[in-house]
Design a binder for this molecule. Sequence first.
Ligand SMILES: C[S@@+](CC[C@H](N)C(=O)[O-])C[C@H]1O[C@@H](n2cnc3c(N)ncnc32)[C@H](O)[C@@H]1O
Length: 234
Amino acid sequence: MDWVECVQSFGGILEPESTAHPHCPEEQAHLFHTFGGGETEIETLWLLWALLRITKPQLVLETGTFRGVGTFALASALKENGRGKLISLEMDKDKAIKAYNVLKGNDITDFFEIINQNSLEFIEQLDTQIFKFDFAFFDSKNNIRPTEFKKLYDKGGLTNLVAFHDTSRLRERTFIIESEPQDIYVAELDKIEKMYCRGGLDFSLAKGLRVMQLNKNINPAFHYNNYTTHASND
Ligand SMILES: C[S@@+](CC[C@H](N)C(=O)[O-])C[C@H]1O[C@@H](n2cnc3c(N)ncnc32)[C@H](O)[C@@H]1O
């Protein structure tokens, strides 16, 4: 069984992204599928799954576990790789416990941890001399994801690929959250890509996804206290 079939075996029901979440026609959300409005589209998760399969990361971060669908997909890729650990952060205790209870006890157990903590607090306390993430999927709240990135990057906690969800430049046509202005989120990501990355991909359909590769030459992960890792931008 692949990870989608596993989620279905736990009772997950796929629906078109267009019925789960408001979208404008240009986002072509009817061509995407999801287990619910709060979850990541499975097409997006398959892309992240493939990126983990091709980059073989040792340590992966997800901010925002919710019901654990993204966690399942990412941990499944690590299980296929035969190595690596996903740390998924969820600040809501009930959600963290429920997701853990669904995911535990199957063959991905060794490849993930769900930590019930606010992402910014976790990042503040993280010892990046020991823990560096080769891949990070920022999926908490739009308005704090650039800050999560910046704090982790500045302390040398990110080595290679970063992905940001909900990046559609058309989102505000159909789905306005006043506390999470989309234009500011997207502008912050444009800045991150320009300042810290050697390149990026902007997937505009459905909720949208940005994937960026960090520029190793200026990355504090490789320049703090002569610390070196085997992670590479190749
Ligand atoms: C969009 S959902 C995550 C979806 C999940 N990544 C997936 O792919 O299915 C966002 C989740 O982030 C959590 N969250 C929001 N802000 C957070 C923070 N600062 N730290 C940790 N979790 C946070 C919310 O409680 C919510 O469950």
